[in-house]
Design a protein around this ligand. Structure first.
Ligand code: TXA
Ligand code: MG
Length: 311
């Protein structure tokens, strides 16, 4: 076994915090059965104590021991999408205690696909609680360097795993109620979930359980962000007095000093998005203007993150 993995598993057993790569974003991990470790995790994240956190596992069978009721729909989705960028909300078993679920009667579980995450989870052998490894409310990290920049010495170890392939957080599907509901869109689309289940899924009901991804101004850079239709981009740039940063599909007005070109493919866009927002945020401009992608189903997850970045 890789020495870093062995050390990481040892740190987790001792109640430490280990940041690790997943295919979606980097997670900040703690032993999900250890209340002191999870309390420290929340303190470092500066996250309110009543927010639930996702528990990660190496294999499906272990993940399902944290649920007291595993409906057929959960087995189907696990078979089709795990390991992968999908989180299931299920009715909790006694293993998922209040400090993990925010006192709710359900638990979020996920089996990630990244090889380093898998090795760590297998070496640790239990559930690892892991929110994205950023401070509460800021953009999720998609590289080990992002994690170090955000959390620095507050984490005991950061495992290196290259840039996160997917680049945005997992799709969350709530299966704890009568009908499946997508609480957070992601790479796994509602249409793919419907196809796997053979039934319709709703997209975020108003009575959805608390989840911090549902709060306004989440995943946001410090610079004010605005989503602008392509035809209005040059006009809005001209109206700003100070420096402006732009995220666009093609070169904006040539006076714009800070700009990044984004791919026209939604998955390639998601892969680059958070690193791009961080880079433009660091230019300390008056605003970040983002050329709006088309409002079509393939762009749902990216548009969700862009709207949140606008706050
Ligand atoms: O891709 C991901 O999901 C990443 C990687 C590290 O796995 N994790 C992640 O965690 O994005 P976090 O904590 O930043 O966002 C998880 C979302 C939050 O909005 C949280 O409130 C929600 O999942 N959540 C967790 N458990 C829940 C539950 N039992 N019921 C409803 N929402 C839940
Ligand atoms: Mg997060």
């Amino acid at each position: 076994m890789n020495r870093d993995i062995a050390r990481a598993a040892q740190l987790l057993r001792a109640g430490g915090l280990v940041a690790f790569p997943t295919e979606t974003v980097y997670g900040l991990g703690a032993d999900a059965s250890n209340p002191q470790a999870v309390a420290r995790l929340y303190a470092v994240k500066r996250r309110p104590a009543d927010h639930p956190v996702i528990v990660h596992f190496d294999i499906t069978e272990r993940a399902f021991t944290w649920a007291r009721d595993v409906p057929t729909a959960a087995r189907r989705l696990a078979k089709r999408f795990w390991p992968g960028p999908l989180t299931l909300i299920l009715k909790r078993s006694a293993l998922a205690r209040d400090f993990i679920t925010g006192g709710q009667d359900n638990v979020g579980v996920r089996v990630p696909a990244h090889p380093v995450a898998h090795e760590l989870l297998a070496a640790f052998g239990g559930g690892i609680a892991a929110p994205s490894a950023n401070r509460f409310g800021l953009v999720s990290p998609t590289s080990a360097a992002h994690v170090r920049a955000d959390l620095g010495a507050d984490v005991d170890l950061v495992l290196e795993g290259g840039p996160s392939e997917v680049g945005i957080e997992s799709t969350i599907v709530d299966l704890s109620r009568a009908k499946p509901v997508v609480l957070r869109p992601g790479k796994v689309t509602a249409a793919e979930i419907e196809a796997a289940l053979g039934e319709a899924v709703a997209e975020k009901a108003s009575d959805a359980p608390r989840h911090s991804g549902g709060l306004e101004r989440h995943y946001a850079p410090r610079t004010p962000v605005r989503l602008v239709p392509a035809y209005r981009l040059d006009r809005e740039i001209a109206q700003l007095k100070d420096k402006v940063a732009v995220l666009a599909f093609s070169r904006p007005d040539e006076r714009v000093e800070y700009w990044l070109r984004m791919p026209r493919d939604p998955q390639a866009y998601a892969h680059k998005l958070y690193a791009a927002l961080r880079e433009l945020d660091s230019a300390q401009c008056e605003a970040i203007l983002i050329e709006a992608p088309p409002a079509t189903p393939e762009w749902v997850a990216v548009l969700d993150r862009l709207r949140r970045a606008c706050g």
